[in-house]
Design a protein around this ligand. Structure first.
Ligand SMILES: [Zn+2]
Length: 234
C-alpha cells in the first residue's frame, strides 16, 4: 500500500483516533452533548457521516461512545463477530456511494463471544445452537483455517488461538469488503475510500489500528497499532 494523499480519509481516521483518546481518558467533546439539538438540523439537511464502522453487536462496543462522537457522525453496521455478509457489504456501499463517506473501519474486539463460539463449533465440532447461528459462524471459517495453518492449536486453551483468530477475522473482513465489492475497490484504487482494521480492547476501551494506518499521515506516537499475529494473548 502506498501513501494516502486523500485528505478526507486521513481526517476521518484522525477524528476517530482523537475521539477514542478522549474516551479512554474519560473526556467528552461538546458535540456529544449537542446531539439532541443537532437532530432536527440533520433530519432536515440529511446525513454526511465521516466514517463507516463495521463492528460486533457486543453491548460493550457502542461505536459513538468509544469514539466520542455525536449523532450524524458515524454510519454503524453491527453484526455478531463483525462478519462480512453480502448485506454488510451492501450497507458499506450504500454509505460510501450515497454520502461519500471516505473511511470504513472493520472493528473486532477482545473477549468476543462469536470467536469463542467459532472455536467450539468449527474447532471442536459442536453442533451450532440454531441453523442461523451455524450460518453466521461459517463466515469465521476462513480466518479460523488460516490461524490453524499458522500452527496454532485451539485445544491448548491458552488464549493464543483466540487472539490470533480475533485479529485474523478483522484482516479477513477488511479484505472481503474490497474483494466482494467492485464499486468500493474502484473508489479505493482512486484513493477516495479506504478500509482499515481496528481492535477494541474491552478492558480499557482503547482502539488499536492495523499497521497500515501509519500510511494515513498520523504521527506515529498518536497511533496505537495491533499485531496481526499477536504473540501474547490479547
Ligand atoms: Zn463480539
Amino acid at each position: 500500500m502506498g501513501s494516502f494523499n486523500n485528505e478526507q480519509v486521513c481526517a476521518a481516521l484522525r477524528a476517530l483516533v482523537d475521539g477514542n483518546d478522549r474516551f479512554a481518558s474519560g473526556l467528552r467533546s461538546i458535540e456529544t452533548f449537542l446531539s439532541a439539538t443537532r437532530m432536527k438540523d440533520l433530519a432536515e439537511k440529511g446525513q454526511t457521516p465521516f466514517a463507516i464502522i463495521v463492528t460486533c453487536s457486543d453491548s460493550r462496543l457502542p461505536a459513538e461512545i468509544l469514539f466520542d462522537r455525536g449523532v450524524g457522525d458515524l454510519f454503524v453496521i453491527r453484526m455478531a463477530g463483525n462478519v462480512i455478509t453480502p448485506e454488510v457489504v451492501a450497507s458499506v456501499e450504500f454509505a460510501a456511494l450515497k454520502f461519500k463517506t471516505p473511511l470504513c473501519l472493520v472493528m473486532g474486539h477482545t473477549r468476543c463471544g462469536a470467536m469463542d463460539a467459532a472455536t467450539q463449533i468449527i474447532g471442536d465440532g459442536q453442533e451450532p445452537p440454531t441453523p442461523f447461528l451455524g450460518q453466521l459462524i461459517e463466515h469465521v471459517r476462513p480466518p479460523f483455517e488460516s490461524v490453524r495453518r499458522m500452527g496454532c492449536d485451539h485445544r491448548k486453551g491458552d488464549g493464543e488461538f483466540l487472539s490470533a483468530l480475533t485479529t485474523q477475522n478483522i484482516d479477513h473482513g477488511v479484505s472481503q469488503i474490497l474483494r466482494q465489492s467492485e464499486a468500493l475497490s474502484e473508489l479505493a484504487a482512486r484513493g477516495e475510500f479506504a478500509v482499515l482494521g481496528a481492535l477494541a480492547d474491552l478492558n480499557d476501551g482503547r482502539v488499536r489500528f492495523q499497521g497500515s494506518a501509519k500510511y494515513f499521515g498520523l504521527e506515529a506516537d498518536s497511533l496505537h497499532t495491533f499485531d496481526p499475529f499477536p504473540s501474547q494473548p490479547l
